[in-house]
Ligand binder design. Structure first.
Ligand code: PLP
Length: 451
């Protein structure tokens, strides 16, 4: 296997930075202006993490492509890191949103779209009762509250190196067997070991030890980790997780926000999972703020037993704009006409094409990397074999290679998900888009190894 020459990476990175400056002069001017009034110079702090001197400023986006203010065109495999997974500005959703916006955006009252979306979510994920939020973060927050309420227990179990949004209980990590705050955790309300136990994915003995104390309300798990590279569950893992949750009367929450890449009903449908709650956000409304959580009949009964209807507006669950008319119109159009069962077949086939192409480049160049796929989501990681745990995946991140590859691809019209090398296929993505990535990825690899 080839060894990557680190001094070579540093030199190539300097060249790419210079190319970025040349190609993005207007973005540079806008970034400078933004520093006047925006904290960190960007609308959201994590936008500072894009490689290059500043983020690229977008002019417009359509389908799987976007154009920046300097006139550069990009194939978008980041897709708003799943918020744009339906493709940018899909006609059906844009029309539905325009129609609803002209008829009223938010009223504190339902529209007829609400029950349609509830029925469709029940069909896809197999749990019958749904509520709507404006983000996946909020869906997770709501479910954690319900889980505590109906079990009377305080703690939440999450996977090591998970990400479930800005949910206090989940911004934790395993350190020498102890649960501690994740690096960068801003202003945590209490030490994380008071609210949370962290276990590795695929570590059933660790999970049982975490549940056995009898103080856990819920396990909040992605079916596969997707935020530290993709870490897939081993055969039988989910069956055992379900059995342990049942044994210790712990509620199993499956967060499908990213793993919906596995199919129209996420891994829950694709793998036949049996959760108590399902949470999801991001893609549901083609990017219009939307999120949802669903629950089984059994959980609903417990929820109803613990419902204080008179104080439902101040119970810590909700949000004035949650379930608004615009959000539900966007969800109905997206689920009904854009992210359809047929669209998923095509997206997953493109994911396979992407995976095979990347694997071909890695193997032919003898790079010490690997590629992993979950439906229409694909990721390359800088270790030769698949990670089995979050900690292994984290060790496969590379702080030099990762930004270099991002910037190399960006400079040649390809946008990957930031912070790791992930690509997502939308209903609008084409084989030509995938092949374009492959060509640029192969050129990058050749230059890296000096071929
Ligand atoms: C699995 C998962 N759940 C929840 C979230 C939170 O989504 P949002 O930031 O849109 O609330 C994310 C964000 O990346 C995620 O990856």
């Amino acid at each position: 296997m080839k060894t990557i020459d680190r001094t070579r990476v540093a030199g190539l990175m300097e060249r790419e930075r210079a190319t970025f400056r040349q190609r993005h002069t207007h973005s540079g001017v806008l970034a400078e202006q933004a520093r006047r009034s925006l904290l960190f110079g960007v609308p959201m702090n994590w936008m500072t993490r894009w490689p290059g001197d500043h983020p690229v400023y977008v002019d417009r986006a359509e389908g799987a492509h976007f154009w920046d203010v300097d006139g550069n065109e990009f194939v978008d495999f980041c897709l708003g890191d799943t918020g744009g997974m339906a493709g940018h500005a899909p006609k059906a959703a844009v029309n539905a949103v325009a129609r609803q916006a002209a008829r009223g955006i938010t009223l504190m009252l339902p529209t007829e779209d609400a029950a349609w979306v509830g029925d469709e979510m029940a069909r896809r994920f197999g749990v019958p009762y749904w509520q709507f939020t404006l983000s996946a973060t909020d869906a997770n927050r709501c479910v954690i509250r319900w889980a505590r309420e109906i079990t009377g227990r305080p703690k939440i179990v999450v996977h090591n190196w998970c990400y479930h949004g800005s949910v206090d209980e989940t911004i934790a990590i395993l350190d020498g067997g102890c649960t501690v705050a994740r690096k960068g955790n801003i202003g945590m309300p209490v030490p994380l070991d008071q609210t949370t136990r962290v276990v590795e994915i695929n570590d059933l003995a660790g999970l049982e030890a975490a549940l056995a104390a009898g103080d856990v309300a819920a396990c909040l798990f992605e079916p596969a980790l997707t935020n530290i590279g993709i870490v897939l569950p081993e055969p039988g893992y989910h069956e055992s997780v379900r059995a342990l949750c049942t044994k210790y009367d712990v509620l199993l929450v499956i967060d499908e926000t990213h793993t919906i890449s596995a199919g129209p009903g996420g891994c829950t449908m694709a793998w036949g999972l049996d959760p108590d709650f399902v949470t999801i956000g991001k893609t549901l409304g083609s990017g219009i703020a939307s999120g949802a959580y669903g629950m089984t009949e059994r959980v609903r009964t417990r929820v109803l037993e613990h419902t204080d209807a008179k104080n439902a507006d101040v119970g810590g669950i909700g949000g004035t704009l949650a379930g608004n008319a615009l959000s539900l119109a966007a969800m109905r159009a997206t689920l009904g006409q854009v992210m359809t069962d047929a669209a998923f077949q095509q997206m997953i086939a493109l994911g396979e094409r992407f995976e095979e192409g990347v694997r071909g480049v890695i193997e032919s160049r003898e790079l010490p990397w690997h590629v992993v796929r979950l439906g229409c989501r694909v990721e390359y990681l800088f270790r030769p074999d698949r990670a089995r745990t979050g900690a292994e995946a984290a060790a496969g991140q590379d702080e030099k290679l990762d930004p270099y590859i991002h910037l190399y691809l960006l400079n040649r019209g390809i946008l990957m998900t930031p912070f790791h090398n992930m690509a997502l296929m939308s209903p609008a993505t084409t084989a030509a888009d995938v092949d374009r990535h492959m060509q640029v990825f192969a050129d990058m690899a050749d230059e890296l190894i000096g071929a």
